[in-house]
Design a binder for this molecule. Structure first.
Ligand code: HEM
Ligand code: FMN
Length: 687
């Protein structure tokens, strides 16, 4: 049977042969689960026709939302809240979803089996960065970069081979001391800020720290970004960030926009060229160094930086990396090492603030292992700290910076679940959705580092936890990232407790290709004395404390106004409309959204109206008409409006931006939606 399955799967392009089952056919109305199974070759031989199912299902196209505005299509199904929308779509349609928008076609999955297939480079899928791939604009800057190039580009295996060795565990141990030095500098700066009682902007500080670390490791330069609380980001990292933002904007705006001259493309070219010039300059300086050429395994543990390694490592045939390839690879590492780790560090601080009980347990575990504020931390010590490892794992499961590795289908392929994915499709593994998939994670939204010590999690599906992706194009820097994050987290916890001082909810940045907390601010307190810490039952989180779900940051732009969805309903239709409008507003990036009845809204009372009018605001008012009159619930409001109009007081609504949606019934011809016209027109819109 195994052989037959392999053979059939091979012929029909079924990705996982084990998902194929054989059945006696019946008529089309019979549900797949009622088809009799043929589970031996002998049974199959006696049949004239055999039905095949994949994962117990008939093969079928990938479902997804249809309709929407022509051409724009499902844009608002995805943007701007990628994270929330990926989750929502996958829970609604099943484990694969297809969305089309702006001429793009996107397939998403949250299923570990599908993720395993998509991320395995080979017959079915490969990293080919075509125009619809999220990395396409980045590839315009770095066509041969290890991260941004196609697997089929002949330069990829070369840089991959060299850099895999340079990023191995052994090689990373060389960098522990430097990383701990950076962590020490960060602690000094944080102490200064603590003494001044200043709040700290999480992400910018995480960015400086990650940039400082990767700068030293990648090019051996101390960029002095943590020398004082006033030091700023070095120019090369500014360039990188400008370049990335331009690329991200180009991706969002789509192919047609990119085809015309546009400011982002100009910015991208200018910053890209400048980055290459800077890399070339660093390369020329290092070329003069005393390092001899040597075999790459040896070079990985004895060169002074990744750039030094690239210039002096030779492979089995004595070949070295090409100089242009070295430039692109250095930039790739400066980018990849900074953007991801900085977001991860900011989320770690966020987790310390959000989960104080788990933070306390982490501190106790470090003290119990003999770590102190003064003593250097060694690679050996780091590798033995379970709770530290689990804390980071839990952060990555819930808040992983990378969220959408994407691969191209190399042929039509039948996926686990019976979904057919056509050749050329771009399939995105929605990493967050995989890692909170309730079929694979118990209480998926709870932040519970201890789950990593359980048998259940140890025996999890191989692809249920994939923060660094998987397969041939997975993260080459994960040893580096984990070592760096462990050091920085340990140093933070040994020295400080963190309090979240963000105003309102923490929002993530919808404009960027990584998940990062834009507005997270924090205040530090000195950590308690190690002598007061006990590592016992008391220290760990109690059951009820674990019940708190990890907050889901909302997408957001602080620049959008406060949104009010107002209803004046008798029988619930308008209340429903207001609820829908509010949900859409959240999906579109409004972070401050209120749903309220018209009679309780700030519009009903003069002082309250003036107070909301003073700040940016937008009201969507959903009202119904009954017999040409206000609904009962709008009566008082309507009388107030009449009174204000009679006294010439329209100005009371100055500064209020609103639109009115009338619910009504055309059978009431002459008074159809009549109540809408009760609203003053002024400068505002009535629709
Ligand atoms: C928490 C931190 C990090 C996360 C979550 C992360 C995640 C990932 C993911 C998901 C990919 C696959 C991307 C794709 O399929 O399109 C990737 C690739 C890569 N990462 Fe990381 N990464 C992290 C840190 C780093 C660091 C610190 C470095 C370098 C020092 C690095 C270097 C790279 C490179 C070079 C690739 C491309 C490898 C290839 O395509 O062959 N990453 N990373
Ligand atoms: C008794 C009655 C009178 C109505 N009069 C009107 C009317 O004059 N004009 C109109 O456009 N719709 C009229 N409608 C339709 C309602 O406005 C419509 O059903 C609306 O969706 C109700 O909203 P609600 O459920 O939020 O109260 C009337 C409905 C009823 C039951």
């Amino acid at each position: 049977m195994e052989q037959l399955r392999q053979l059939v799967a091979g012929k029909l392009s079924v990705a996982l042969p084990a998902t194929v089952t054989f059945h006696r056919p019946a008529d089309a109305r019979t549900s797949p689960s009622d088809l009799p199974t043929l589970d031996s070759v002998d049974m199959i031989k006696t049949e004239r026709e055999v039905a095949l199912l994949v994962s117990g299902k008939k093969v079928h196209p990938v479902p997804g939302p249809t309709g929407g505005i022509p051409f724009i299509g499902g844009y608002s199904e995805i943007y701007p809240d990628f994270m929330g929308n990926y989750d929502r779509l996958l829970r609604k349609y099943g484990h694969m979803v297809h969305v089309s928008y702006l001429g793009k076609s996107v397939y998403l999955t949250d299923d570990p089996d599908c993720a395993g297939v998509v991320l395995s480079e080979g017959e079915f899928y490969s990293k080919q960065i075509g125009e619809n791939h999220p990395l396409f604009p980045f590839k315009m800057t770095l066509p041969n970069g290890l991260f941004t190039t196609d697997t089929s580009n002949p330069t990829w295996p070369i840089s991959h081979k060299f850099m895999m060795t340079a990023m191995g565990v052994k090689a990373m141990r060389n960098y522990v001391r430097g990383m701990d030095h950076t962590a020490g500098q960060l602690v000094q700066r944080f102490n200064e800020l603590l003494e001044r009682g200043q709040t700290i902007e999480g992400f910018p500080w995480a960015l400086r720290t990650a940039a400082q670390t990767i700068g030293e490791v990648a090019v051996g330069i101390d960029f002095k970004m943590l020398d004082s609380t006033e030091s700023s980001i070095a120019d090369i990292f500014r360039l990188i960030n400008r370049n990335l933002e331009a690329a991200q904007s180009l991706f969002r705006k789509g192919r047609i926009y990119r085809a015309f001259p546009n400011p982002e493309r100009r910015e991208q070219r200018a910053t890209g060229d400048q980055m290459v010039r800077e890399a070339a300059q660093m390369e020329r300086i290092l070329r003069e160094s005393k390092t001899e050429d040597m075999p790459y395994h040896q070079a990985a543990v004895s060169t002074t930086s990744l750039l030094d390694y690239m210039l002096h490592a030779t492979d089995e045939e004595g070949r070295k990396m090409d100089v242009e390839l070295v430039h692109e690879t250095v930039i790739t590492f400066l980018i990849a090492g900074q953007v991801t780790s900085s977001s991860a560090l900011a989320w770690l601080w966020f987790c310390l603030a959000t989960f104080p009980v788990q933070a306390r347990k982490l501190y106790a575990s470090l003290v119990a292992a003999g770590l102190t504020r003064e003593k250097e931390i060694t690679a050996d010590e780091l590798s033995k700290l379970d709770y530290l490892d689990w804390f980071i794992k839990e952060m990555q499961r819930l808040y992983n910076p990378a969220f959408q590795p994407t691969r191209e289908a190399q042929k039509d392929v039948v996926m686990p679940g019976g979904f057919i994915v056509p050749k050329g499709s771009q399939v995105t593994v929605a990493l967050h959705s995989v890692m909170v998939n309730p079929e694979h994670w118990k209480d998926p939204l709870r932040f519970d580092p201890d789950r990593w010590g359980t048998e259940e999690v140890r025996k999890r599906h191989k692809y249920a936890y994939i923060p660094f992706a998987a397969g041939g194009r997975s993260c080459i820097g994960f040893n580096f990232a984990l070592q760096e994050l462990k050091l920085l987290l340990a140093r933070t916890v040994l020295n400080f407790q963190i309090e979240n001082t963000t105003e309102g909810s923490v929002i993530y940045d919808p404009e960027f290709s990584l998940y990062r907390p834009l507005n997270f601010t924090m205040r530090l307190r000195k950590q308690t004395d190690p002598a007061e810490v006990r590592m016992d039952e008391e220290t760990g989180p109690k059951k009820e404390e674990l019940k708190i779900e990890a907050p889901t940051p909302v997408v957001g732009s602080k620049s959008l106004p406060r949104f009010w969805a107002v209803h004046a309903s008798n029988n619930g239709t308008c209340e429903g409309m207001a609820g829908d409008a509010a949900a859409k507003a959240r999906q579109l990036g409004f972070t401050d959204v209120q749903v309220v009845a018209l009679r309780d809204s700030p519009l009903a009372e003069a002082k309250a109206t003036a107070a909301v009018a003073a700040a940016p605001n937008f009201f969507v008012i959903c009202v119904a008409t009954y017999n040409g009159e206000p609904s009962d619930s709008a009566l008082a409001f309507s009388e107030m409006l009449d009174a204000e109009m009679r006294s010439g007081n329209e100005a009371r609504f100055a500064g209020i931006n609103f639109c009115v949606f009338g619910a009504g019934n055309t059978q009431w011809g002459p008074t159809f939606q009549a109540f809408v016209s009760f609203f003053p027109e002024g400068d505002s819109t009535i629709s």
